[in-house]
Design a protein. Sequence first.
Length: 216
Amino acid sequence: MRAGAVYLIVFVVGGVLMGFEMVGSRFLYPYFGGGIATWAALISTVLYALAIGYFAGGAVVDRYPSPIVIAASVGLAALYLFGIPASVDAAMQAILDAWGYGAGAALLAAAVLLTPPVCLLGMLSPAAVRLLISEARSAGRTAGAVYGVSAIGNVAGTLFTTFVLIPTIGSRAITYWFAAALALCAVLLLAACGARPAAQDFGRGPASGEGDRRPQ
């Protein structure tokens, strides 16, 4: 049940992450257009923000191996998304006024829109691997499963947002729904994993102390 909940959260977060990238294109379009430069800014921002999140998530979960820390990162991403619909127009107009229509302005706009939530959500995957690993020999399979489920969520979020949500309910409403989904994921993560350190819950083998044995 616990592992299933973590994989479900990874799937949903993956879907929200890429779904919001598609929504981000709609927020940028009135100010920077929908050309290749805008998409280059969006894609590169998501990639470097994910890289930061992966590095940060791995470091944080090693130092503070508690589901509370990771649930907090997902919850903060939810809060950021919740504030976007009310503030995005003012932020984009300010960037446009100060920087014009060039590549630098598009990159800055994409960074303001996407970097904080994508970094925070990117922390989940390495943390989920740590939460799910029960013994060293399962590490490869677990990591592959986590990143595979996340990638499937990415595909589902991209397609569902593009072909169903955007034509149906619009970008601002989608952003609120995504924020609510992330908040629910944060609560579910706490409920599924509790507040104990990950090493206590998942870091040992089936027998007590078995995973900690070292060759003499």
